[in-house]
Write a protein that binds this ligand. Sequence first.
Ligand code: ADP
Length: 601
Amino acid sequence: MAQKKAEPKKQSAAKETKAPAKKKTASAAKKTTAKKTAAAVEKTAPVVEEAAPAVEKTAPVVEEVASVVEEAVPAVEETAAAVEKVAAVVEETAAVEEESAPVVEETPAPAEQAPSTPRRSVAFIGSECHPFVKTGGLGDVMYALPRELVKLNCDVRVILPRYACIPQKYQEKMVYRGEFYMDLGETGRNFYVGIMEYISDGVVYDFIDNQEFFSSGKPYTNLVDDIPKYCFFSKAALAALNYMNWIPDVIHCHDWQAGLVPVYLRTLFQDSPVGRARSIITIHNLRFQGIYNIPTIKYWSGLPDYVFNMGALKQNWEDANMFKGGLAYADRITTVSGTYAQEIQTAEYGEALEDHLRYHSGKLRGIVNGIDYDMWNPATDPALAENYWLGNVLDHKMANKLALQAELGLVQDESKFVVGLISRLTNQKGLDLVNAIIPHIMDGNTQVVVLGTGDKQYEDTFRYYEGAYSGMFSACIQYDESRAHRIYAGADALLVPSRFEPCGLTQLNAMHYGTLPIVRETGGLKDTVEPYNEFTGDGNGFTFDRYDAGLLLDAINRAKTVYFTNRYHWDEVVQRDMAKDVSWENSAKQYKNLYLELTQW
Ligand code: ADP
């Protein structure tokens, strides 16, 4: 009962602070937040004092927690009840949409609306997003999918940490949206939560500001820091939605960093306004799960004891797994390809969660990623030496190969077969296979270009090969977006021999640039690259199945044979790949359908 009384109080508090907040300029906001957070880092005690009024604000939340703890039941069991609840919530939600109208108006109306599909509001919560911060495919998806959903009549808000490493040009464009203080776990402290906003192409980006957690030069550091960071982020993201009084129909969480969001939603936040939202969690990579000992995660998250059971967060009896909890409590689970959705239910790919995923397989499905055609378009790509498109690729792609060879100090020769590899240099990406076969493919007619950073052993090996095969092997041990674009355009083929690959974007980028992928048949690679058929000439690239260096070598040799002896067929595949639809359009429709399925009214 206590929380029922508390709700209106909280909302009105949020509304009171909201109005003046909008008027503040970016620079003023910067000044305020910088000052406050700096103080928070340096002097803990005064901050607590400073936070005194805020403590009052957050008090109702504390009351809510106590009652919710008793009431909440794990999502697993409550599905049926939840479905009923949704119907009841329908009316309420409509009312809330009216209430939050001013906020909705802030979002520029999407240029093209598909009136046939009903409007839905979605909050994306995740740890990275191009162009602000990106370490891999998750950053691409967090950028492209919301933009596509806007075209499908969705209101999308993307909630991200405001890392210090976000480039200054974006920091400057952020507008102060408000601030509040939030308790966190058993710390006994109230933490500053600033909200900085940036709107682009109809998508609203809300950055959660707190320098104590987000001041590192990179998003991920080590688990000791990352566990508290993402406990704070997950809770702050939901609190921010309540604070802004923007209650989405669906909360779409991404990877372990947002793993606690569905758990918070059904426990501490169940009876707050945001508790009405349904939740989806997407697995972009199951390898990383946010596992730490139970006392630490309990301390930082403040989640009730009963979520630390074997059906939810608990794992191996003494550890808590943030991703596992999110999978248990989310209303739906998606992963980024149909094949990976099957694979993760097996011991080979399940990363010790295969039983848990099989148990929840009824709410699991695969939706393959796409690529953003504005970002990846060889006809307009400013990074390229020469632009080209489907109609003239056979005449103009070559100029990019020659330019790439010149840029990287390789022998400039049109007739060489150039193989690219653009990847995080980690064990997942099949680099031990690549290392094993390099000497076998360096035949004088083949050049290899590697772009990536990661494990030192791989970086060193590729540097060694660069020395050993001077003029024929280039090891670019760096993260360089525009060079990546030039490699996609200038190479003839791209290697993706991954041990596992949830979806993989590099093979999609490559195909779109007329560069043939050579991939292992796993996860999204299997779903997106149809093997070349030497009899019919059909297919998109070259594939091998078992994780075996000999099979990778065989696939590369088959590619070379077609390239050197059957250029007509090769060129046909180049054009077929460029014509293939690897855009987000189709996949975004599937996500939209999923949102509708979850929120039927
Ligand atoms: P993952 O998410 O496992 O790293 P994906 O294939 O899904 O792999 O996504 C990788 C993305 O990161 C692609 O857009 C790729 O072009 C980009 N990328 C990877 N390494 C680099 C690098 N060193 N420099 C520039 N872009 C890179």
